[in-house]
Each structure stands twice: as C-alpha cells, then as structure tokens.
Write a new protein. Structure first.
Length: 179
C-alpha cells in the first residue's frame, strides 16, 4: 500500500508543488499558463506561504519524497469579473476561505489524496476563526473534481446553465465550514 504524508509546504517543496500545478493546467485543463489566472502557481510563496491566513499543503509520496498532490487556501473571494458579481458579493474577500489548486498527479489519483488534503484545509480554515464560508470553483471536465466536490458541498452556480453563453464554463461550490 502506498503511503503519503500531508504537510504544510515549505520553501523546499515549492518547486515540485509548482510542477504539479503547471502540469495540471497544461494537461488536464488545456489552458496552459495564463498569467491573470495562474500568478499564484508561479509565485506560491507570496500567495500561500507568507500570508498568515493562507496555506499550501502538499502530499508527499513516502517512497521517494516527491510531491504527489497540492491543495491551497486563501482569504480572497471570487473576483468579479470573471465570476458573476453576485458570487463576489456572497463570498467576500477576508471572510471567505477559497480552496484552490487541489491537484493530484495522475499516477497518484484514486487514493483519497484530494479528500485528505481538503479535510486538512477545512481544519485550517476552522482554526483561523475568521472565515464564514468555504468556496471553490472547478472545471467540470477536470478528472475526479465534480465527484469529489459534490460529496463535500453544494453547487451554488453552474455557469454552463446560469450565465449567458456559459460564462467560463466553471461550476462554483460552497463547502460547509462546520463539521
């Protein structure tokens, strides 16, 4: 059985974490690196390591010490645009724990890593005490994403159905903060 250790990313982990994230946006999303969407991937230290209410977690494969998965949380709510205005108002920055970059390398999928990482992020948000909501958005075609998020929370907006011309095609979720 494969073993993984979930931990807060340290500076030494950032290169491998960045590689997991970049591989995901190229391979799974097909967008590649888009500066206005992915600045946090290039500079995870400024976005997730330095700010006290933010975090970046990694799942480390105990066999070889490699980063197998990532997950991040920050206090920035969804921006408008590109997201609908009402979402930005419902999930304001400073009060919203936004889950981001929950990515698992393909060879490590279907082992519960994303769920373990998200559980740890939710514990982090609860311990903070200042968050009133947990929000995320996902692409429906992202491998495993819809199934995971539907078990953990509820859809608050499916842009494919609720936004003119399908918006950016993402699905927005709220995850309960309480246990």
């Amino acid at each position: 059985m494969l073993e993984y250790r979930i931990k807060t990313a340290m500076l030494a982990d950032l290169g491998e974490a960045r590689a997991v994230m970049l591989d995901t946006v190229y391979r799974d999303f097909g967008t590649g690196y888009v500066p206005r969407w992915h600045a946090d991937i290039v500079d995870p230290e400024s976005f997730y390591v330095v700010p006290p209410r933010h975090t970046l977690l990694v799942a480390v494969d105990e066999r070889d010490g490699a980063v197998a998965a990532t997950a991040a949380l920050d206090a920035r709510g969804p921006a408008h645009p590109p997201n609908p205005r009402w979402l930005a108002e419902r999930y304001p920055s400073g009060e919203t724990a936004q889950l981001r970059r929950v990515y698992v390398r393909p060879e490590h999928r279907r082992r519960g890593l994303a769920r373990r990482l998200v559980d740890s992020l939710l514990d982090f948000a609860r311990a903070d005490g200042g968050y009133r909501a947990v929000y995320l958005h996902t692409y429906p075609h992202s491998p495993g994403a819809m199934g995971l998020w539907q078990t953990l929370g509820k859809v608050v907006c499916d842009e494919r159905e609720e936004v003119p011309d399908g918006g950016s095609g993402v699905v927005h979720f709220e995850i309960p903060l309480s246990k």
